[in-house]
Design a protein around this ligand. Sequence first.
Ligand code: UD1
Ligand code: MG
Length: 457
Amino acid sequence: MSPKLNVVILAAGKGSRMFSEKPKVLHELAGCSLVEHVIATAKNLNPENITLVVGHQADELKSHFADEEYNFVLQKEQKGTAHALQQALPFLNEEANAIVLYGDVPLTKTSSLEQLISLINDSTMAVLTSDVKEPEGLGRIIRNAEGDIECIVEEKDADQNQKIVREINTGIMAFPVKKLKQWLPKIKNNNAQNEFYLTDIVSLALEDKCQVKTSFCTEEYEAYGVNNMLQLAMLERIYQNERASQLMLKGVKICDPSRFDVRGDVDISSDVEIDINVILEGKVKIEKNVKIGANCILKNCTILQGSHIFPNTIIEDAYIGESCNIGPFARIRPGTELKDRAKIGNFVETKKSIIGQGSKVNHLSYVGDSELGEDVNIGAGTITCNYDGVNKFKTTIGNDVFIGSNSALVAPVVIGNGATVGAGSTITKDVKANQLALTRTKQNNINGWKRPSKKET
Ligand code: UD1
Ligand code: MG
């Protein structure tokens, strides 16, 4: 059996180039903080434990993860990556292997980490490297004539020849903990930045007659860290392009992958069409032959096959049946359930309501805390008055009901099957099956009516 794995995530740095009051690693990429991306990848490795090294705004970071079972260690002063890792040593199991990840490097793939871990044994450590086009600012991998790694040189300590090297240290390393505990205390800070560089561990391991292996990450972006808002936006696009590519290769039609955003878990069938500027958040399930128009936001919802969501529609915590039409400009709020073939038109808001099969709310309405039967027609401008300023009440509408335009249904109220409500009515009492309810006064036409004239002053 391979040894257990302990994960250490370094996240004590200040992130001053973000110019933000929020800790850098709590800035979000695809709706989830940078460090949560790293933790999610770490969890894929089934580690025995995860230790976060925190420093700047440590309390804010800790409270962000209040419910989670991670070890937190405080690095009071940021004296370098080796110093940071040293703070975590008391939490590391002597019999285990350890991998060091960075809280601000969110897109490393699990497979790259697995590959790295597979290289180490009792007397071997490993470094994840990458070939990048622009190595400026990063530690360079220096190899000997045989091609074996000799050391890592930081940009600030590198000479001209070393600066040309494009193979860089991602910062991600794996070691047997027993060895790590021997090597780390030996690291000194006699370098350009007077910091304790974790990268110096390579030379120490070689001096100790241990092997240092390297493996490449498959994609260059796996090594990218976030230091400023520009890099954050770049990584966001890379991530989104990846997500869009995965979906497109499974038959989802995305009109423009550069204008598509996923911030959560999505399950989208083939033959779904998604127009530009669509945001999918949380858990979203979309069945085949669904069309999503431009500028829609879909959050925590299920949309069954054949439904069309027209442009500028927002759907949240809702369930949409088969062959429904929604929008344009509709807002489907939490707790809405549309049965098959229901229609919600423009400028309609629904909340905590069931809209029965084939029922229509086509224009300018608010339907909240309501239950509609089948084949109901709600006229333009109808409002369910569900709130008396203190409590919420329910509106129940049977099958085949017709509500005339501009009606107010004052809840609690029940409208029976087949009932009709005349346009402009304010319904405060239940309407029985097949009744017509009218509350407006009769129209009175007066002949020769003179409008008031302006008084002389
Ligand atoms: C480091 C590496 C460099 C590598 C680069 C990859 C060293 C000396 N250099 O440089 O070879 O190419 O990452 O991005 O390791 N941190 C702490 N405490 C500290 C210092 C840093 O927790 O005292 C954390 C930071 O929050 C960050 C990570 O360690 O998550 C990396 O620190 P950073 O200062 O960005 O290191 P680089 O100079 O980029
Ligand atoms: Mg960095």
